[in-house]
Ligand binder design. Structure first.
Ligand SMILES: CC(C)(COP(=O)(O)OP(=O)(O)OC[C@H]1O[C@@H](n2cnc3c(N)ncnc32)[C@H](O)[C@@H]1OP(=O)(O)O)[C@@H](O)C(=O)NCCC(=O)NCCS
Length: 165
């Protein structure tokens, strides 16, 4: 089964946002927020976009590499935005971008970007086709094209790792 018979949905319907104040519980002894905490927020914000697009349960299948470009300190505001870049069949590439805002100065820095693949599941937990996404803006079309190249790379990596076992 593939998704060609399903009616497409615009990217804007999946767009999601998370905002959280960094608390001491999320930080190391130097007061910097743990990378793992940011990764959890990326997964949650990305999953929300995937769920909004698919309107079905989704699981994280993979996360492409994540860099941390700017430290996040306790008291800073963490802002995440996500949307579905492209649907393949049951899987979707979701882009998540993270910024950190200094509450005292109002300065905002981009700290991370990530691409995640989520897979939609049916009632029995099997992958199920998802409606295609319809890019409308130039940026959305660019991300759609890039997502195709990202997928080619992922499939190669998956194939390589399954061959080396
Ligand atoms: C992701 C999962 C549902 C895929 O199941 P599967 O039986 O391997 O399914 P398939 O081989 O039919 O693949 C289904 C889709 O997932 C994609 N996929 C599977 N593994 C992937 C991976 N590692 N990275 C990217 N996409 C992946 C396939 O490309 C396919 O996409 P398509 O339908 O758009 O073409 C299954 O591996 C799983 O449940 N993993 C655990 C997910 C989880 O618990 N995540 C939480 C973190 S532990």
């Amino acid at each position: 089964m593939n998704n060609s018979a399903l009616e497409g949905r615009p990217v804007r319907e999946s767009r999601s946002e998370y905002t959280q104040v960094a608390l001491p519980n999320d930080a190391n002894i130097l007061g910097s927020v743990l990378g793992g905490h940011i990764m959890q927020l990326i997964d949650l914000c990305g999953g929300l976009a995937a769920w909004r697009h698919a309107r079905k349960p989704v699981v994280t299948a993979s996360v492409d590499n994540i860099s941390f470009l700017h430290p996040v300190r306790v008291g800073h505001v963490i802002i995440l935005k996500s949307s579905v870049n492209r649907v393949f069949n049951s899987s979707m590439e979701v882009g998540v971008k993270v910024w950190v805002e200094d509450r005292n100065t109002g300065e905002v820095h981009h700290t991370s970007s990530a691409y995640l693949t989520f897979v939609a599941l049916d009632e029995s937990g099997r992958p199920v086709s998802v409606a295609p996404v319809l890019p409308e803006t130039e940026d959305e079309r660019r991300r759609f094209e890039q997502a195709g190249r990202h997928r080619d790379g992922r499939l190669l990596t998956r194939h390589d790792s399954s061959c080396s076992k």
